[in-house]
Design a protein around this ligand. Structure first.
Ligand code: FAD
Ligand code: NAD
Length: 524
């Protein structure tokens, strides 16, 4: 009997290898993650390897801690602080995940596989049961002529190392007497386009480097160096408060950074940037000579996402991947493809289109409704409709009493229209990664029984930016910081705590000690 059982077990084991998960439940379901950035790596860190067969695919074998990238332009920090090798996260107690260094070029939902390209340009197909897309976004050049050819981008380690190298090369070139002062002035003009947090932090770091270290080493050419920031809107850091924007402008003036707000860059060539006033279209366009152009004007989607959208009939006209409240890609029938981070936008179920379902949350005898009544059900309702959560809808500002059914439906429509998807930040990508991996770890088994997944609602923890001259601005839930003696210490404490490993925390401290005693390095 024992031997027969053994044979049965053998047949079972071998057939299991070639079967699918739905036939043999004990096969671990295969989860494939695309991208090793904020979303991908945190999903990988938190998903249960014992429960799932997890594979991370990314052309980048490391995670980049993007908030510190601007510090690499100036040499304040070195690349080792901002990177974590994926291999650091491959093993968890008694189980491990896999990493494949490849770029995904296509997604085939019907065949449940992703098509990838490895280092040697070979095509490889990888099957999945669940796919998590976290490929981020690229810098948006808005198809402005000359940008892709002449500008540098602050998106990854390679980009910032190139920026630094170009600036140090220019310094060396300008040390010789072979070129005129006029030409040197042009070459030594660093222009940052985009007054969002990326552009502001990069401009601040450059000013620090120039005003402190370059000034000492390149005394002769120091007076010829300049930094400018060009922003199409009227404010720097437009997503922070007005007070912070004004403080940033003042700090930049003190640090000799030229601030050009209300000007849009229209065209770029090898030597000049053409800008036009966004206030007065009749104003003559200006030509600004430059030596180094850094482009930080927001985000655009990667070719992978743009091509994938064309395959989903419900999304062919979208520019960004739309996901539902629990981050599953809309239009994928099997609901086994998810997207997190900068490559997606949340498009939740509409309250007004599901009015009868919303009414079920209230007593059947209710004939009049109020914003307070809706607020009392907000926690429950927001599991399906994230737009009613108190962090997404201001019940105080939009107080309404005595609404009949029709008016209530209109009120719900207003809430639907007011919903804003989480903005593309590291903190949101990380929160989405934890939310989704927790769903996988705890609720995915219950999906087949028709169990409803909750919706994702982000928690805003504030924004912080280093603007140079040891000044930090922060827009936080209960207060704001506009520079001051301890603001830079506060910034360092925040980042020490946010870094992923003790190795990078130690490297962060050592780099700050190094520049305190020896100044920023000039090595390329
Ligand atoms: P990313 O972190 O960009 O990761 C994308 C990953 O996908 C990468 O590993 C990439 O190699 C991989 N990938 C790309 N294409 C493919 C493909 N075809 N196949 C497989 N893998 C692919 N946010 C904040 O909240 N606070 C800050 O202070 C802050 N500072 C920032 C500073 C800078 C300079 C920049 C550029 C951004 C900053 N952000 C900040 C924004 C934040 O970095 C992004 O919102 C965050 O990185 C988004 O995470 P993600 O996982 O979607 O994408
Ligand atoms: P952004 O979209 O926040 O800012 C880009 C800016 O460039 C805008 O203000 C826009 O008006 C301007 N612009 C666009 N085209 C222009 C043109 N042709 N000429 C002149 N100006 C032009 O982009 P970002 O700063 O790269 O940030 C991207 C995301 O990353 C955002 O969500 C941001 O919050 C996040 N981020 C956060 C931090 C932080 O919190 N410290 C730092 C960096 C990035």
């Amino acid at each position: 009997v024992h031997s027969v059982l053994k044979n049965v077990k053998y047949v079972y084991e071998s057939s299991r290898d070639i079967s699918t998960s739905r036939i043999y439940k004990d096969r671990k379901e295969k989860v494939v993650i695309l991208g090793s950035g904020w979303g991908g790596i945190h999903f990988f860190i938190n998903i249960d390897f014992k429960k799932y067969d997890v594979t991370l695919i990314s052309p980048r074998s490391y995670f980049t801690f993007t908030p510190l990238l601007p510090c690499l332009c100036s040499g304040t920090l070195s690349a080792k602080v901002c990177t974590e090798n994926v291999s650091t996260f491959l093993k968890k107690k008694g189980s491990s995940g896999k990493y494949l260094q490849m770029e995904c070029t296509d997604i085939s939902p019907e065949e449940r596989q992703v098509i990838c390209r490895d280092n040697k340009n070979n095509e490889v197909k990888i099957a999945y049961d669940h796919l998590v897309i976290s490929v981020g976004a690229k810098t948006n050049s808005f198809n402005i002529k000359g940008v892709d050819k002449h500008a540098f981008f602050v998106k990854d380690i390679e980009g910032v190392i190139n920026i630094r190298k170009r600036f140090l090369d220019v310094l060396d070139i300008c040390c010789t007497d072979k070129i005129s002062n006029e030409e040197k002035k042009k070459l030594l003009h660093v222009v940052v386009v985009g007054g969002g947090p990326t552009g502001v932090e990069v401009a601040g770091e450059f000013a620090d480097f120039i005003n402190k270290d370059v000034k000492k080493k390149y005394k002769n050419i120091f007076p010829l160096i300049s930094v400018s920031i060009i922003e199409g809107g009227k404010n720097l850091l437009p997503t922070f408060t007005q007070n912070i924007s004004d403080f940033t402008k003042r700090t930049f003036h003190t640090a000799n950074i030229n601030v050009l707000t209300n000007y849009y860059v229209k065209e770029v060539d090898e030597d000049t940037i053409c800008v036009q006033s966004s206030l007065d279209q009749n104003e003559k366009k200006k030509q600004i000579p430059y030596g180094l152009l850094i482009w930080a004007s927001g985000l655009a989607q990667t070719p992978l996402i743009t091509n994938f959208l064309k395959k989903i009939p419900e999304q062919v006209n979208n520019r960004i991947l739309n996901v539902n409240g629990h981050l599953a890609v809309i239009g994928i029938k099997e609901q086994n493809i998810y997207a997190i981070g900068d490559c997606k936008k949340i498009q939740p179920l509409q309250l007004h289109q599901n009015f009868h379902e919303v009414l079920d949350y209230f007593s059947s005898s209710s004939t009049t409704f109020s914003s307070d009544l809706l607020k009392s059900k907000a926690n429950e309702l927001s599991k399906k409709f994230p737009q009613v959560s108190q962090s997404k809808w201001d019940y105080k500002k939009n107080k309404k009493t005595q609404m009949d059914k029709h008016q209530f439906c209109e009120y719900l429509k207003e809430i639907d229209e007011n919903y804003k998807s989480p903005i593309p930040t590291a903190q949101n990508a990380k929160q989405e990664a934890y939310f989704l991996s927790n769903l996988f770890n705890t609720l995915m088994d219950k999906k087949a029984d028709g169990h409803q997944f909750p919706s994702f609602v982000e928690k805003w923890k504030g924004s912080i930016a280093y603007i140079g001259s040891h000044q930090v601005v922060a827009h936080l839930p209960f207060f704001e910081i506009t520079g001051g003696l301890f603001s830079f210490t506060f910034w360092k404490m925040v980042y020490i705590q946010l870094l992923l490993t003790w190795r990078s925390r130690f490297a962060f401290i050592m780099d700050f000690l190094r520049i305190k005693f020896f100044g920023r390095p000039f090595s390329k």
